[in-house]
Design a protein around this ligand. Structure first.
Ligand SMILES: CC(C)(COP(=O)(O)OP(=O)(O)OC[C@H]1O[C@@H](n2cnc3c(N)ncnc32)[C@H](O)[C@@H]1OP(=O)(O)O)[C@@H](O)C(=O)NCCC(=O)NCCS
Length: 178
């Protein structure tokens, strides 16, 4: 259910979508993590560099069982979700949402939920009955949405990393797909 009667189209990404995915990724990072990670790190993010990254992922056959869905709202590229089999050994046999990012103007309209549902359906079809994702423990907006989507922090795994010079902590949110 998308608010305010917008036309929302969600489809599998093609190589030609990588510029849009990269722009959404970088612009959403800048809005999402402002004040949560070093500003100079965010200022240094480049859409061109991210685009080459995504094109590399797309070309890399070893990623054959990972997918990227892109969402359009009224024909405007609004967000994407990438997902596939778990990357963490401790989560073997589960599906993983690798990334889900919307442009700020499309937050809290249900587009994220629709992207998540599509990814969940694809993971279930691929034989996964559970999935998970990593989220910054300071990203309250995202954590709130995930819990409303039915996610749980139960037995939350965590990992400590750095973004730029700043130590950060990521936690796991789990979802049942059945
Ligand atoms: C995090 C993010 C993907 C969440 O997606 P979103 O579209 O903004 O959030 P939601 O899907 O929760 O949108 C809320 C609306 O979705 C719908 N919705 C959400 N959960 C629902 C559910 N379980 N059943 C039915 N509808 C639901 C409702 O319409 C809800 O509106 P309401 O709260 O007024 O009822 C998005 O905000 C975003 O891209 N944020 C910035 C980047 C980011 O943090 N990414 C995650 C990094 S880990």
């Amino acid at each position: 259910m998308i608010k305010d009667a917008h036309l929302v189209e969600i489809r599998d990404c093609e190589f030609s979508d990588m510029p849009d995915v990269a722009r959404i990724h970088v612009m959403s990072w800048k809005d999402t993590y402002r004040g949560l990670v070093p500003q100079d790190y965010l200022d240094g993010l480049s859409i061109e560099v991210r685009q080459r990254g995504w094109e590399g992922i797309f070309r890399d056959e070893t990623n054959e069982d990972s997918n990227v869905f892109i969402a359009y709202v009224d024909n405007v590229p609004a967000g994407f979700v990438s997902f596939g089999r778990a990357r963490d050994v401790s989560m073997k046999g589960k599906g993983e949402i690798y990334a889900i990012y919307l442009l700020k103007e499309f937050w809290s309209k249900g587009v994220g939920f629709s992207l998540f549902k599509k990814a969940g359906e694809a993971l279930l079809k691929a034989g996964f009955s559970e999935c998970y994702l990593w989220v910054l423990d300071t990203n309250k907006n995202a954590i709130d949405s995930y819990l409303r989507w039915g996610g749980s922090l139960a037995g939350a795994l965590s990992k400590n990393e750095h973004i730029g010079s700043q130590p950060i902590k990521e936690i796991v949110v789990r979802f049942s797909l059945v």
